[in-house]
Design a protein around this ligand. Sequence first.
Ligand SMILES: [Zn+2]
Length: 336
Amino acid sequence: MKLHDVSWPSEAALKGGLLPWLETLPGASWLTLPGRDPNRHRVIVTLLHGNEPSGTNAFWHFVENTPECAVTTHFCLANVNAAKTNTPFTTRHLDGKPDMNRCFGRQGEDDSYEIADEILARITSLAPEAVVDLHNTSGTSPAFAVSIRDDDTHKQIASLFTKNMLCSDVRLGALMEMTSETSPIVTIECGGAGDRAAHDVAKKGLNDFMTAENLFQGHTGFWPIEMLYRPVRIQMQHDSALCYHDQKIDDADLTLAPDIDRHNFGRMAADTHIGWLGGRGLDALKTDDGKGGHPIASLFYEKDGELKLKAASKLFMITTRHDIALSDCLFYMVVD
Ligand SMILES: [Zn+2]
């Protein structure tokens, strides 16, 4: 077994603090809190990415102030090993290991695939009425939810945390792609990993998620949901060079401003300057909308070496971390 059952932290562990307690964990960990109705279940997954602390931070808040849960509530802290490497909460996944949120429903050699399988097996056997998977964006951002389904159940879960929801056709092997009628799964991006507000989104949303008698009617946590459809994932081509700088870098295939993440979720007009291209022009970039549409030239154009927006758009999940931009993506976008 790669997923370990761990008991709820003791008073002594609580006094010692989160980081020393994390050090004691054997790896991917599963903790269970009893609720008023022992026969119903809800699951909170977090730390699939070791550099995204809001879910774990909220978990520790609930260790300190444990609410009366409506149903049996489970916490899964997934990539604990990455989270406690080097400076805690800075490593998305260990070197040479896959991104754990790309391993669900996928086959591979690494034990990350086994952990993903075991998490899914738990979810299947418990048949929880709802699952949330808490993340942070690497750049600063408002909170938003991501789902592959556009229905009330998924929106109601999302609405405990945020008013923005993306309905995505992109398939990467993420946990939320394993959603079902019985056990709806929604990703919550709480906001930037370094944003204080993101920790509050996680705490407030989880408090409602844990205590509401019925998640699907009559709770007070609802936000009216604003949907964004078919986000397009924008990536660099494999062998291209990326720089973050406030002016064009000559050897780079793409230069982006170091504070480009300030545009997260802002409405950007057509012709907005996004960055500077190199000798390969738009060919340095590629897109994925999950359906083979939205080629790069339908979204952007090049003028005097500048990368510009073709139409009014919203950009989100903009990272300013070079390693994540290259290994994952630069950002996602939706054309207005
Ligand atoms: Zn994440």
